[in-house]
Design a protein around this ligand. Structure first.
Ligand SMILES: O=C(O)C(=O)C[C@]1(C(=O)O)C=C[C@@H](O)C=C1
Length: 90
């Protein structure tokens, strides 16, 4: 059981590292987007969620798990992107 838990803990660290990397791209998006109205992009949000659903199904990960996680992650990203966008323009 200790080995299993060590494996889980190691994977969790990798997931956090990947989230940090994703937030780096969110910061880049905040720098690149020309106007505040472009920060929340509902078309792109639906595109991201659809791709995650397809990837989940392909890999046998329950899509209802990833749907909840990504809904939260994208909404957090949008809020974070607004903070960075407004900071850039203040
Ligand atoms: O693709 C973008 O334009 C992003 O800024 C990334 C992202 C996301 O977190 O996936 C965040 C904000 C947008 O509303 C859509 C998607």
């Amino acid at each position: 059981m200790a080995e299993v838990r060590a494996g889980i803990d190691a994977l969790d660290r990798q997931l956090v590292t990947l989230m940090a990397e994703r937030l780096g791209y969110i910061a880049a998006a905040a720098r690149i987007k020309p106007e505040r109205g472009a920060v929340r992009d509902e078309w792109r949000k639906a595109d991201v969620l659809a791709k995650v659903k397809a990837a989940s199904e392909a890999q046998g990960v329950p899509p209802e798990l990833t749907a909840d996680l990504w809904e939260r992650m994208v909404e957090f990203s949008i809020a974070h992107e607004f903070v960075l966008f407004d900071r850039k323009n203040s």
